[in-house]
Design a protein around this ligand. Structure first.
Ligand SMILES: *[C@@H]1O[C@H](CO)[C@@H](O)[C@H](O)[C@H]1NC(C)=O
Ligand SMILES: *[C@@H]1O[C@H](CO)[C@@H](O)[C@H](O)[C@H]1NC(C)=O
Ligand SMILES: *[C@@H]1O[C@H](CO)[C@@H](O)[C@H](O)[C@H]1NC(C)=O
Ligand SMILES: *[C@@H]1O[C@H](CO)[C@@H](O)[C@H](O)[C@H]1NC(C)=O
Length: 447
């Protein structure tokens, strides 16, 4: 486990190195210019005074086992929206073993302050023994903690515990739209659809895509590394299979396992909180789904239109529409030779849209304002501070290229929908560039 122990200071190691480096540079410049040596000494000792001692072990992992329990901590966030609480920890808790807990803080280098925890298991557990759970705590008076952990007794010895960082203390609003993609697992290697979808997100005004990664196929790995280097994609390691037996399905009675769908609900909630202070909107959809405005050129102008009419809305519901991958557009004009060896679906070739069966299952996904969301599920928000609004189909729907849902429908019963083609001029060269950057297209096909 990647932890830091002992009497190290609370700053990140990297920051500390930077600090020392900066100090040395200052020293060098000053001595070169033969300035007053006393001033340098003062400056250096001031820099060294700043770090506060934090005599506990810190976990920088995405999943941290909670000592003396069957639970796991994922992330802690500042959250003062519920009266009487300051911090929300997102965890994975075993439902039959939930007992009273206490949050523990280091204040001014002394780690003996605790406060009682309010434990809120999410209601959408689908029968699995483990569920996404929030732990709410108050910060002790006159304390500005950077780390927190959870104890079974206020008197427990914190030396045995791993503390996790408290996030969202100083984030700035810098994104309009963030897409949260939960749990990549198995040897998923649908590279072409992945690249096309990420490039569509960019064209639509998305600034950041957060992806929770348990594992993926070799070509997709290269594509994601390349997007991560560029800064568009944020990869969150999600080694859930090291701790639990995650289910590949959504229903315990049918699929078995410890936790719903590799922890999808934990990921979605973690992403909403991770984005809360830095992104105006968050899109909660899968990687094979594109939330597509049909009356606007991009998500920015879509939300600029919807927002003033629905200023109290925190949850905009969008219907997902299936484009079966078995039906191809007949002319083959987008069956491009350079993509032939790239694994995965070419979404431009699938233009036939199923109508959802009304009154059966409405596969909704959401655009949310994270500051108004408390707990989310996959197809709806569970607890929120604002209202919900179902966006009309003619304004926005989700393009979801995949296996047919209503397998029995004939081609004539589907709707022709070429909305994606409106973006071809930019989409195709951008996808080519992305594939080349990842080394997935040979360089000689540059022109
Ligand atoms: C915490 O530690 C400080 C310093 O060692 C001590 O003065 C204080 O009484 C302790 N508080 C508790 C609740 O144990
Ligand atoms: C807490 O645990 C540490 C290491 O396990 C030990 O050195 C220390 O004495 C313990 N403190 C108390 C008060 O039991
Ligand atoms: C966010 O949208 C505004 C228009 O509403 C635009 O001016 C701005 O550049 C966008 N910011 C980012 C980071 O894309
Ligand atoms: C995804 O997770 C696997 C397993 O830990 C790792 O080997 C791989 O490098 C990760 N991929 C990316 C793009 O982060």
């Amino acid at each position: 486990m990647n932890t830091r122990t002992g009497n190290t200071n609370c700053l990140w190691k990297r920051d500390f190195v930077l600090l020392i480096f900066t100090g040395l540079m200052v020293l060098l410049i000053y001595s070169l210019t033969t300035e007053n040596m006393r001033m340098i000494r003062n400056l250096v000792s001031k820099l060294q005074e700043e770090p506060v001692l934090c005599p506990v072990a810190i976990s920088e992992e995405s999943i941290t086992p909670l000592k003396n329990t069957k639970h796991y901590l994922v992330s802690a966030f500042m959250d003062q929206r519920v009266k009487g609480f300051d911090i929300r920890i997102i965890g994975i808790f075993k439902r039959d073993s939930i007992n009273p807990l206490h949050c523990s803080f280091c204040c001014g280098g002394v780690c003996n302050k605790t406060s009682p925890a309010n434990i809120l298991p999410h209601s959408d557990n689908f029968g699995f023994p483990y569920t996404a759970t929030d732990v709410l705590c108050q910060i002790p008076k006159n304390c500005d903690p950077s780390y927190v952990t959870v104890l079974t007794q206020p008197s427990s010895n914190v030396s045995d515990h791993l503390f996790i960082p408290i996030r969202n203390k100083k984030e700035e609003m810098r994104f309009n739209f963030t897409v949260c993609i939960s749990n990549l697992f198995g040897d998923y290697n649908n590279v072409l659809q992945f690249a096309q979808t990420l490039e569509m997100y960019k064209l639509l005004g998305v600034n950041r895509v957060v992806i929770y990664n348990t594992s993926c196929g070799p070509e997709l790995e290269r594509l994601l590394q390349s997007y991560r280097q560029e800064g568009f994609v944020e990869m969150v390691p999600w080694p859930i299979d090291r701790f639990l037996n995650p289910s590949r399905g959504w229903l315990f009675s049918e699929h078995g396992g410890d936790l719903h769908y590799f922890g999808q609900i934990v990921n979605l909630n973690e992403c909403v909180y991770r984005s809360m202070e830095r992104s105006h909107y968050v899109l909660l959809n899968d990687i094979d789904e594109i939330i597509m405005p049909y009356k606007h050129d991009n998500l920015v102008s879509l939300m600029n239109t919807l927002e003033p009419q629905h200023s109290n809305v925190g949850e905009f519901l969008i219907e997902s529409h299936f484009f079966p991958k078995k039906h191809f557009e007949p002319s083959g004009r987008f069956h491009l030779p350079q993509w032939e060896k790239v694994p995965g679906i070419n979404i431009l070739e699938h233009i036939y849209r199923e109508d959802p069966e009304r009154g059966v299952f409405n596969p909704l996904k959401m655009i949310v304002k994270p500051k108004l969301i408390e707990q989310t599920s996959v197809h709806e928000v569970l607890r929120k501070f604002g209202e919900r609004y179902k966006v009309p189909l003619e304004v926005c729907r989700i393009i979801h290229v995949r296996v047919a849902l209503r397998e029995y429908l004939k081609l004539e019963e589907l709707n022709e929908d070429k909305r994606l083609w409106d973006f071809q001029d930019k989409l195709i060269p951008n996808v080519d560039k992305a594939l080349k950057r990842a080394g997935l297209l040979p360089a000689e096909e540059q022109n």
